[in-house]
Design a protein around this ligand. Structure first.
Ligand SMILES: CC(C)(COP(=O)(O)OP(=O)(O)OC[C@H]1O[C@@H](n2cnc3c(N)ncnc32)[C@H](O)[C@@H]1OP(=O)(O)O)[C@@H](O)C(=O)NCCC(=O)NCCS
Length: 161
């Protein structure tokens, strides 16, 4: 039986972290791999909440690092469903840093990840439809749809799968 369609707000995830010395690179700012791991976790939680199934990361798209984050700063990771296919889900993630002493907030990273829902045998399984409601959600849905189509075109051109 097909599952009930869901709004992006029903599965959205917010995670907060504080940058510790163990999270940093030799420049004493956050290590990109740490941010990528937080992004993957937040996005996977949103995808699993949407489909109610185990999910795997299939693809990471457009991961931009726009500003470094210093030790002691707070990091907010926000993930929400942008688009769904038949068994795949695209999750948009925005990372912002907060200087807790001044309150200054900066957008530092943005990324789009594709997850696939798995059945009990580990095979791709159908996911619920997505019902974008707000103007932002509708814009993200349309942009993600275009990104999927462009990606298919690139794969065809490059003869990838
Ligand atoms: C993701 C995975 C389950 C897809 O399995 P598959 O047998 O190739 O499945 P299909 O070809 O039927 O594709 C299933 C869906 O995933 C999408 N998909 C598969 N690979 C993709 C990729 N690289 N990028 C974007 N979407 C992808 C397909 O477009 C399809 O979407 P749709 O059902 O919404 O139309 C499989 O490749 C896998 O297990 N990968 C390893 C995942 C993993 O271990 N991740 C952890 C990080 S290493």
């Amino acid at each position: 039986m097909k599952k009930r369609a869901k709004k992006p707000s029903e599965s959205a995830v917010e995670m907060r972290e504080m940058v510790m010395p163990s999270h940093t690179n030799p420049q004493n700012t956050i290590f990109g791999g740490t941010v990528m791991s937080w992004i993957d976790i937040a996005a996977a939680m949103a995808a699993a909440r949407h489909c109610g199934r185990p999910v795997v990361t299939a693809h990471v798209d457009d991961m931009d690092f726009m500003a470094p984050i210093k030790v002691g700063y707070h990091v907010l990771i926000q993930a929400s469903l942008n688009y769904v296919g038949t068994t795949s889900m695209i999750v948009g993630v925005k990372v912002t840093s907060e200087n807790p002493y001044t309150g200054e907030i900066r957008t530092t990273t943005k990324a789009y990840l594709t997850f696939v829902a798995l059945d009990d045998l580990g095979k791709p399984v159908e996911v619920p439809e997505l019902l974008p409601e707000t103007e932002d959600e509708k814009r993200r849905f349309e942009n993600a749809k275009k990104r999927v189509e462009l990606k298919k075109e690139v794969r065809r051109t490059l003869k990838k799968r």
